[in-house]
Design a protein around this ligand. Structure first.
Ligand SMILES: [Zn+2]
Ligand SMILES: [Zn+2]
Length: 385
């Protein structure tokens, strides 16, 4: 289990920074020298994971340049060791990463106070009939993994069944329905995973999802693992607009991201585009909010670390010394169609106030490390994943 992950270890010199601006394809330490951006001639002999042009640049990166642990440290022994484990991860950490998908879904529903209204309110007197979750952008090796090659773990069917049976029991749900939507998914119709849990994989873009006997237009919860709302490759605004236009009312959701900065970028994107209001500067007390409709939101907005993440450490694909754990941060709330004429109060959101401690994982949040206040790092890191 990793207790402390160096947040950002790639040192970007001014020279390297200007090279990156000219050529966005350059990935320091991956397809060019980590220190100066020149063509790679060698890699670190210990981890074989970081490229350099010369011994001189390699030594420069090995030398710890800053005493401040919040600053980038370069290729320290700790980073080198973690990078070695990235290329040959152990079974347990691989399994924990895969199981973090059902685990995050079930534990968040059971322990996060924001989800109490959708999980418990209507089930108090008579048992609730069905609860449907749409998992958007599901992939075979991630949300959906098979028994073969799964490092001795059970496959996704058993893992979701076990995790969600517990939710059904606690919340009095008779039928928990999972709809996985993504490209390259194998469609097998509705599959029964347990007495109460069933699932259906649909090979489609989410905005093209067709309602059916099983698939509802408006899910009880929308789930997006590693959504990346600011990723330029996807038209998230278009997708959310079309989904919300077809929905009956608002849609409760949660999403995960791979770093604190990415989480903050996603939250700011949803907030500034009017899909969900987040209390980014911490001064929106007691529902006296800017949007004026916070009271209509079933699920109150939240963001912070994900206590239910796995333990597999991965190397960034953009900056060789940087490490991350999938879905290590999360956020959620209620999605709604943006109001056209909604006036924004803030000229600009001040993100220095984000300290990630808005999310307290209810009673079940054991293992949430103490949440350290971090200064915002170099802009480069926003492209981390
Ligand atoms: Zn170099
Ligand atoms: Zn190394």
């Amino acid at each position: 289990m990793v207790d402390f992950l160096p947040f950002q270890s790639s040192i970007i010199s001014d020279l390297l920074g200007s090279l990156l601006e000219q050529d966005p394809e350059l990935c320091p330490g991956i397809n060019c020298c980590m220190v100066c951006g020149a063509p790679s001639k060698q890699t670190c002999p210990a981890c074989n994971s970081v490229h350099y042009c010369s011994d001189k640049c390699m030594e420069a990166d090995l030398n710890n340049l800053s005493d401040d642990e919040e600053e980038a440290q370069g290729h320290t022994p700790a980073v080198c060791k973690l990078l070695s484990s990235c290329s040959s991860p152990d079974k347990d950490s691989c399994r924990s990463e895969l199981e973090s998908y059902p685990s995050t879904l079930s534990n968040l529903l059971l322990s996060h106070p924001s989800f109490e209204p959708i999980l418990f309110s209507s089930s108090s007197s008579s048992s609730r009939k069905a609860f449907q979750v749409h998992v958007v952008g599901a992939e075979k090796g991630s949300e959906l993994w098979t028994e073969e090659g799964s490092f001795g773990a059970c496959g996704w069917r058993e893992a979701y069944a076990e995790a969600l049976d517990e939710v059904c029991e606690v919340a009095g749900i008779k039928s928990f329905e999972l709809v996985f939507v993504g490209l390259n998914l194998e469609e097998k119709g509705v599959e029964r995973l347990s007495n109460k849990v069933s699932a259906c994989c649909i090979n489609s873009k989410y905005e093209d999802l067709k309602p059916s006997n099983f698939v509802k237009t408006t899910p009880d919860l929308l789930t997006l693992f590693n959504a990346g709302f600011t990723c330029p490759d996807y038209d998230w605004a278009g997708t959310l607009q079309s989904v919300l236009s077809n929905a009956i009312g608002t849609i409760p959701f949660f999403a995960t991201s791979n770093s604190e900065l990415e989480n903050l970028n996603d939250v700011e994107w949803l907030d500034s585009n009017g899909f969900c209001s987040f209390d980014l500067d911490g001064d929106r007390a007691g529902g006296d909010g800017v949007g004026g409709n916070e009271n209509e939101d079933l699920v109150e907005a939240f963001f912070g670390e994900n206590p239910f993440k796995g333990s597999r450490v991965r190397q960034s694909g953009i900056l060789a010394n940087d490490l991350y754990v999938k879905s290590s941060f999360l956020f959620g709330g209620t999605l709604r169609l943006p109001r056209r004429n909604k006036k924004r109060k803030e000229e600009e959101v001040n993100d220095d106030d984000f300290d990630g401690d808005d999310f307290v994982g209810g009673g079940g949040g054991g293992g949430v490390g103490e949440q350290k206040k971090k200064k915002k790092k170099s802009k480069i890191n926003s492209a981390l994943i």
